[in-house]
Ligand binder design. Sequence first.
Ligand code: ATP
Ligand code: MG
Length: 437
Amino acid sequence: MEKTAITIINTLKNKGYEAYFAGGCVRDMLLGVEPKDYDIVTSAKPEDIEDILEHTIPIGKQFGVILALRNGHHFEVATFRSDSGYSDGRRPDYVTFTSAKEDAIRRDFTVNGMFFDPIANKVIDYVEGKNDLNEKVIRFIGDPKKRIKEDHLRIIRAIRFKTQLKFQYEPRTYQTIKKYKKLILDISKERIRDELIKIMQLPNLDEAFTDLEDLRILDLILPEILNLKGVAQPLKYHQEGDVWNHTFKALKSLSLNTPNEVKWAVLFHDSGKPDTFIVKQDRIHFDGHCQRSAEIAYNALLRLKFPKEFISNVVWLIKHHMMMKPLLEMTQRRQNHWYSHPQFSNLLQVFKADITGSDPSDFTLYNKIYADFVNNKITPTQKLLTGKDLIKYFGINPGPIIGKILKEVEHQHLEENIHTREEALIYTKTLIKKWNI
Ligand code: ATP
Ligand code: MG
């Protein structure tokens, strides 16, 4: 992927433009971590980028961002810009195409503000990012107050990068976040959601939640999860501590490629425990907590504007997270019916996380169901594109046309004419032309 990205930089340079790697990938390369994706910045204007590179999609042309597809990978190629306006604290009102230096200082944190020239093998650092990278410090570029007021999402981004990179906060960065944290109530739920999704993908996500709680931000964005703190559980099954400890122990047991549905289901699986807590007979009980957790998750995810299908999958997983015992008592035919549910392998992952998050952990039931499922399972086919992709990459308005395109893409996939996500994107572009969309 890096080699392909370099060929794109070379192509732009050969036409006389400046072109560099930018942002997260430079940070990761300097840290010796393999970047997830390679973003490219250039002095070429969007129209020039589209002329020079083959297979492009104008995903954010008004902000100067073009998606370039090459060798089965995709790269964001963006024109140097500075952002202006921010009258809504969300997005720049307009952008101006500028120089590399201006593009560096509009970025959020010093460690995210560097460029790399792979041809000259040189880091271009206008923001003293290298020093902070060496000292493992998260620091706003410029005046923290101004930077938070421009875009309030940067509050959560600071917490995310501090956790992701295992860095510390620069004092003024920390104090300013603390002081202006309430501004996050003013940003779109979708943007908060997308940062939270990224936080949920970190192996040490519990540290981000601890910071969110410590800075009194969690009560503003996910009060349902703050409510898990201090809720006692029966000692016999839960020596790990309160529901908060159990939830994060369970979450941390999930591997990196666990589907988001599973992660969010585990986050909320016991959110109904505070409301259903009762001490009777010999111990603490939480009668009906699955149902209550499912309701709480439904409302929270709806508020955060998750897609309907995602919400219903998460809710289903939560509702059935105590199904292991009943499952084993069913007839084989009925069990098979459950195993063929498209979400059953996800449910197994929720079961497993729930057990791993408990002390003592008893995997006897789980192992039985797992073995039985593996012997009987019917795997649903993986989709290459979703409706969300069509909206994001091609700006298509939600409506029946989305289903029509997805059906055609799936048809070509089943016919083995296309095999990858990138091929599906290129094919979609031709469809859009052909159908005059
Ligand atoms: P990751 O590896 O998690 O994707 P990243 O650094 O690539 O990290 P992105 O959210 O993909 O993070 O953003 C890419 C780059 O764009 C950042 O490194 C930063 O320079 C800039 N950036 C993104 N969002 C903002 C923002 N809200 N304000 C200022 N700069 C931003
Ligand atoms: Mg990125």
